[in-house]
Design a protein around this ligand. Structure first.
Ligand code: AMP
Length: 419
């Protein structure tokens, strides 16, 4: 099915064509008609599914088609997303898809001087992409007025919860006009997120998308059992394989990421960390260096890596096993994009074995072990138990169904509530 059959207007079709998109992704096929007819949307989808275009294209179209629109630009669409990287990527998408519409979008986020952002806002914009903290800050200072808002998008809601932004979101919602169209996206639907969705949305249609190429099918996955104290040595050993041109390494904490980078650099392996304590420009620069392959290893925390879109990245290494199985799927989903090759290695210490079991349950298969390596597990009963707060997420099997549940009262992850 081509994009034309979704009734997309010519100026947007032209930009989509320039981008080289030929057919809509499943979430675009399902969400675009729903949004164009003015209905609220509850979407369960993660980055990499084409989610941004699924909401950006119909919003641009509805804004463009509104002939009552006065020439004085006002913020008529607000997109809130948890990280600076995602905010920048979403704004770039709006600019790309909207390049022939004359609509103006901008992005605001914290950690940088606010003046360039407020200057752009004062000139007038139609679409604002924001992270929650900077948005509240600029609202309080009077630089952002949301009284003319028509479209509200909350993106990566579960990530907002993990990052402690829920309070900020609730505060923002109280000032939004009651009459608006709202779109709500989350990769998982823990109870608290569903409650938040219910407080924002009005009679929503629901779309649940499982990425078509699931990690189970296309990404080669392996586990090394190794003591925590030997993980850095194992990583350096693994990277002696020159076939690994670049690798994205995941740690649980910012401190852990810095430590891994220091150890790699000590061993003459170029590496940079990307996490919330780094300045915006340092994060962008690290990402750029990694994309350009001048940095061989990017070490990231889960939050910082959410939404990172790097073409032809083949290797993901889980330096630490996450206790949230869905996060494992997100992590390894950074590789093997668009049919490219993907390999994921996981370093599992004895105290992480229960987490590995949960992951294998979720993906529905046992991850093969590489046992023939230089640092086999010695300490089978380490005293230290990793404690992590596991959000109350509903587990979903990523190899499960891809379905649309438009106005169907059916027992799903939404619960069996009829909207
Ligand atoms: P997202 O899930 O929004 O982060 O998008 C993931 C990637 O898919 C981005 O690099 C988009 O440029 C790309 N993309 C989105 N829609 C399409 C499409 N219909 N055809 C090809 N690529 C797409």
């Amino acid at each position: 099915m081509p994009f034309q059959s979704l009734n997309i207007i010519e100026p947007i079709l032209k930009s989509i064509k320039q981008e080289g998109y030929e057919i809509p992704t499943p979430i675009q096929k399902e969400a675009i008609p729903i949004i164009l007819q003015g209905t609220d949307l509850l979407g369960c989808a993660q980055t990499g599914t084409g989610k941004t275009a699924a909401f950006a294209i119909p919003i641009l179209q509805l804004l463009y088609n509104d002939k009552t629109y006065e020439r004085k630009r006002k913020i008529r669409s607000l997109i809130i997303t948890p990280t600076r990287e995602l905010a920048i990527q979403i704004n770039e998408s709006f600019k790309t898809y909207g390049r022939f519409t004359g609509l103006i979008s901008t992005v605001i986020f914290g950690g940088v001087n606010q003046n360039p952002q407020t200057q752009t806002l004062q000139k007038g914009v139609d679409i604002l992409v924001a992270t929650p903290g900077r948005l509240l800050d600029l609202m309080e200072q009077g630089f952002v007025s949301l009284t003319d808002l028509e479209f509200f998008v909350l993106d990566e809601a579960d990530c907002m919860l993990d990052m402690g932004f829920i309070h900020d979101i609730k505060k923002i919602i109280t000032v939004l006009p009651k009459k608006r169209q709202s779109l709500f996206f989350s990769a998982t639907m823990p109870a608290e997120i569903l409650k938040l969705a219910n407080s924002i949305l009005h009679l929503p249609s629901k779309v649940e998308i499982t990425p078509s190429a699931t990690p189970v099918e296309i990404i080669k996955q392996f586990v090394y059992f190794v003591d925590n104290g030997n993980k850095a040595a194992l990583l350096i050993d693994l990277l002696s394989n020159k076939d690994i041109i670049t690798a994205l390494v995941f740690t649980r904490t910012k401190h852990g990421a810095n430590k891994v980078v220091a150890q790699l650099i000590k061993n003459k392996i170029s590496a940079e960390a990307i996490h919330g304590n780094k300045s915006q420009s340092a994060r962008q620069q690290a990402l750029y260096n990694f994309k350009e392959k001048t940095t061989r290893v990017l070490v990231a925390t889960d939050i910082a890596a959410r939404g990172i879109d790097i073409d032809d990245m083949e290797y993901v290494i889980n330096f630490e096993i996450t206790n949230i199985p869905e996060t494992y799927v997100h992590r390894i989903g950074r590789t093997g994009r668009a049919g490219a090759k993907g390999t994921a290695y996981s370093f599992c210490a004895a105290d992480e074995k229960p987490f590995l079991k949960d992951i294998e349950k979720l993906i529905g298969k046992t991850i093969p072990e590489i046992s023939n390596h230089s640092f086999p597990l010695i300490d089978h009963n380490p005293p230290k138990v990793i404690k992590q707060n596991r959000p109350n997420s509903n587990r979903r099997n990523p190899s499960g169904r891809t379905s649309t549940e438009i106005n169907k009262p059916k027992k799903t992850w939404f619960g069996n509530k009829q909207y």
